[in-house]
Design a binder for this molecule. Structure first.
Ligand code: DP6
Length: 364
């Protein structure tokens, strides 16, 4: 597949209006994407667990309009929202070559998240993937009949949805499907820089229904956005080594997911999280997104693991919140630990219980 294959060439111009609706989940990277080239091409491959409870629900109402500009309103959690418009405008500009009907309609984008907006949980992955999926459903409405088998149709739909989502936010391309998705060309998996691909191998039962408790350490706005952070990998003294390490970690993690080696899983995942933050601390300008309570939680997890031999580990996004990962079979004892020892480090005692999921769902 190349970019050219995603250009919609002929489409019907007599579709006046309609409505589509999707829900799309967030995802948590195990090997992290940090650093990108032009057009949202990642500098290194990444892999993530798709989540199930943290998701965005987006309804797109479209109505034929005159004129040649982009025209849309955003309604976020029931209220008109101007703040999201510039990001969506940029998204539309990046994707219009692939979905040329964009300028033909006025769109009302009604969107909401299942997690609190001010939770410090990035909504760009779930938000951009939900919007991309809605646009793909419209594409299906307006597309001239092409003779594809059902399987070909569905794989094209997912690939192009992921391709469009990537142009909104890189990590969003990993939210279309579940349970594990790889993005970025590498030698050990069938994958692409253009879109996310489901890890097709048989995953060991140890990693089925994996749990993710998201501890909300700091719900405030981040001092440095991911987009700025990615740019700081240009000319970063450790960039090349880091990109190479991500390739190696991805290859090994794939084997670990198949073999069921939980100890090695923990080592790779925690090392990836700390490396991500080490890249932030060693860029110029440098910055720190972890908070004192992030470190308190990490130390408590290490203490608990040493004492109980639980298969619990942490990972971090570009923020202070801690994702606590563990197998389904250890749920009870880990939640007991979280409630008695970790909640104290969460802002207002808040945390979210999530689990690995199967990807986005069409609602209308
Ligand atoms: C640390 O996907 O938010 O979460 O492409 O600029 O929108 P943009 O960045 P974004 O970066 C996510 C970075 C990360 C790691 C990851 O999810 O792989």
């Amino acid at each position: 597949m190349t970019e050219q294959d995603f250009i919609l060439k002929d489409y019907k111009t007599n579709v006046e209006s309609g409505k589509v609706k999707w829900e799309s989940p967030s995802n948590i990277a195990l090997v992290k994407y940090w650093g990108k080239r032009e057009n949202q091409i990642p500098e290194n491959p990444s892999i993530s667990f798709t989540l199930s409870n943290c998701k965005t629900i987006t309804e797109l109402i479209y109505r034929k309009k005159a004129g040649n500009d982009f025209s849309f309103d955003v309604i976020f959690e029931g209220k008109k929202n101007e703040a999201f418009k510039p990001k969506i405008q940029t998204f539309f500009e990046r994707i219009e070559a692939y979905v040329p009907f964009l300028r033909d309609y006025h769109f009302t984008i009604e969107t909401s998240n299942t997690f609190p907006h001010s939770s410090g949980i990035a909504s760009s992955a779930s938000g951009m993937s939900a919007l991309a999926l809605c646009l793909m459903s419209i594409e299906q409405e307006v597309k001239e009949n092409v003779t594809l088998s059902a399987v070909e149709r569905s794989s094209y739909f997912n690939q192009k949805s992921s391709f469009l989502a990537r142009l909104g936010s890189g990590s969003a391309c990993r939210s279309i499907e579940g349970e594990l998705v790889v993005w970025g060309k590498n030698a050990s998996t069938e994958s692409s820089d253009l879109f996310g691909v489901r890890l097709a191998e048989d995953i060991h039962p140890n990693f089925k229904n994996y749990q993710d408790a998201i501890l909300l350490v700091d719900k405030g706005e981040k001092q440095v956005s991911s987009t700025v952070g990615h740019k700081l990998m240009f000319g970063h003294p450790f960039a090349e080594k880091r990109f190479q390490q991500a390739h190696e970690n991805l290859a090994e993690l794939k084997d670990v997911l198949i073999s069921g080696n939980q100890k090695r899983f923990i080592e790779i995942v925690e090392s990836e999280a700390l490396t991500l933050h080490a890249m932030m601390m060693t860029s110029m300008p440098y910055f720190i997104l972890m908070k004192p309570n992030t470190l308190q939680i990490i130390n408590k997890i290490w203490e608990f693991r040493a004492k109980t031999d639980a298969n619990i580990c942490f990972t971090l996004d570009a923020g202070a919140n801690v994702h606590v990962l563990f197998p389904e079979g250890e749920r009870e004892k880990v939640y007991e630990f979280i409630k008695t020892q970790l909640v104290a480090y969460c802002q207002n005692g808040h945390y979210i219980c999530d689990t690995v999921g199967k990807g986005a769902k069409k609602l209308v």
